[in-house]
Structure formats: C-alpha cells, structure tokens
Ligand binder design. Structure first.
Ligand SMILES: NC(=O)c1ccc[n+]([C@@H]2O[C@H](COP(=O)([O-])OP(=O)(O)OC[C@H]3O[C@@H](n4cnc5c(N)ncnc54)[C@H](OP(=O)(O)O)[C@@H]3O)[C@@H](O)[C@H]2O)c1
Length: 254
C-alpha cells in the first residue's frame, strides 16, 4: 500500500522557504517525494535552497502581485503541475501600539499576510487546481486567538488569514482542501526577539516543556497536505506545545 503521507509525483510551492518554518516544510515535502518550488526575496538564498532540495526556485516578494502570478505559472512550467500551496511568508511589522502604526505599513501587513495567500491560491487554482485538484495550507499563528501588546497588526492580519482559510475551504471544495497550521513559539529568526532572552523560562511554563522547532510545524503541514487528511478541510491545526492549555498546567513540583 502506498503511504498516505507520500507525495511522490506531486509538486508544491512554499513561500518564505529559505529559512525557519518554510525551509523545514520544503524539506519535509521533498523528503516525502514531492518536487518543491521555493520563493523568498533574497535571490541567492532561493538559489541555494532550490539546489539543496533538488527543486526549483523563483525569487521575489509575495507583496508583489506580479511575482505571485509568475510563481504559479513557473511551478506548472518547471515541475509540470501544482498540487500543494503552502502560504508561509509573513511579516510581523508594524510592531508597537496601533495608535502609533503608520497606515501604509499596516497595509503592508495585510498585503503580505492575507492578500498574498489569496492571490497565490487564485493563481494556483487557475493554473492547475481547478482542473486537477490540490491542497492549500496557510501558516497562521496560535496568537491570532488573543490580543497582546505590540503585535496588533500581525495578530489582526493572521486572524483574517484564519477566516480566509475557512472561506476558501468552503468555496474550493471538493476539488481543493484548504487548511491552516497555527504555530506557537518556534525557534526561528522571526521570533528570536521573543525566545532568545527567556527561552528556559518560557519552556518551563509550557505543558510540553520546550519551545517549538520548525520541524514540529513541518510535520503538521505535511499531514494536512497529504492524503491522510483527505476528509479534512477548513481546519486549523494548533501546534503550540500546549500554550493554549497552560492555565490548566501544574508546573512539576509546584
Ligand atoms: N516563529 C514563530 O514563533 C512563529 C509563530 C507563529 C507563526 N509563525 C508564522 O510562521 C511563518 C514563518 O515564519 P518564520 O518564523 O519561519 O520566519 P523566518 O524564519 O523569519 O523566515 C521567513 C521566510 O520568509 C521569507 N520572507 C519574508 N518576507 C517575505 C516576503 N515579503 N516575500 C517573500 N518571502 C518573504 C524570508 O526570506 P527573505 O527575507 O529572503 O524574503 C524567509 O525565507 C510566518 O507565517 C509566521 O507568521 C511563526
């Protein structure tokens, strides 16, 4: 029996795939048999990552609508198909109280975190998925459920991405499944300012006793993108080491 987790013969695009969670996802899909196209802004990093994975790469900014159209077309041309879209690239700017937020920078958060995933899904739909089916996984955040200091633009845009995921899941069924993964604190550059100064303390307060690694998220994305999740759409898979249930967690010895 073929493994339901296998992606042999399938093609994927992963945005923001040169480091952190996106790179782990691109590696996991490749190891499971997919051919993967990566994108990010730094062209040299895109070239290096595509070479490492034996896949394809097209540098560009997901905030640029023309790049997203080219990306979907490039995947179909280079890889022959486009079965899986992972919308991972994001910005956490503008950081700070919303009363100080520059509306133009605020708009960029929505362009990168919400509009780009919609545009790439639209292009993948027209270029391949409408006729052949496929699956989309959006990377949201565990934090989209709460409000918090300084991350109002990020949280609001990610909450919109969560809603977009459900809306598209309904609109694109049954051809295309659309789900999201919401990570807690993961050891990446984006979140370094959070975990680096206080990792031990943060880990001690988490039910699963450590911060997350990019591979923790990659495994969840792989499952949602695979046939093992063939009856799952519109779902959000929280991968947070128990962050959301920590108020019921008793510290050992406390
Ligand atoms: N780390 C966490 O704790 C955490 C928690 C919850 C959710 N997340 C989510 O996980 C996803 C990945 O975050 P990460 O922590 O892995 O970030 P990261 O380590 O900073 O990596 C971000 C990747 O995205 C690319 N990128 C950034 N802006 C881009 C743009 N405008 N266009 C194209 N590529 C872009 C970067 O390359 P270039 O700079 O070369 O473009 C890089 O490859 C994001 O959606 C984030 O919101 C992360």
């Amino acid at each position: 029996m073929t493994s339901p987790y296998g992606f042999k013969g399938r093609a994927a695009v992963v945005t923001g795939a040169t480091r952190g969670i996106g790179l782990a996802v691109a590696r996991a899909l490749t190891e499971a048999g997919a051919r993967v196209c990566v994108t990010a802004r730094d062209a040299e990093e895109v070239r290096r990552t595509a070479a490492e994975l034996g896949g394809a790469g097209l540098p560009g900014d997901v905030a640029d609508p023309a790049h997203l159209k080219s990306l979907a077309e490039f995947c179909v041309r280079e890889l022959g198909r486009l079965d899986i879209v992972v919308n991972n690239a994001a910005t956490n700017q503008p950081y700070g109280p919303l009363m100080d937020a520059d509306p133009l920078v605020w708009r960029t958060a929505f362009t990168v975190n919400v509009e780009a995933p919609l545009r790439l899904t639209q292009h993948a739909w027209h270029a391949w998925m409408r006729d052949h089916g496929g699956t989309v996984v959006n990377i949201c955040t565990e934090g989209a459920e709460h409000v918090g200091p300084h991350i109002g633009a990020y949280g609001t845009s990610k909450a919109a991405l969560l809603h977009l995921t459900r809306q598209l899941a309904g609109e694109l069924a049954p051809k295309v499944r659309v789900n999201s993964v919401s990570p807690g604190l993961i050891r990446t550059e984006l979140a370094r300012f959070v975990w680096e100064p206080a990792e031990e303390q943060i880990a001690a307060g988490l039910p699963l006793s450590r911060i997350g690694e990019p591979d923790d998220v990659a495994r969840a994305v792989s499952w949602l993108a695979s046939d093992a999740a063939q009856w799952v759409t519109g779902a959000d898979l929280v991968v947070d080491g128990g962050t959301r249930v920590r108020s019921a967690y008793h510290l050992p010895g406390a």
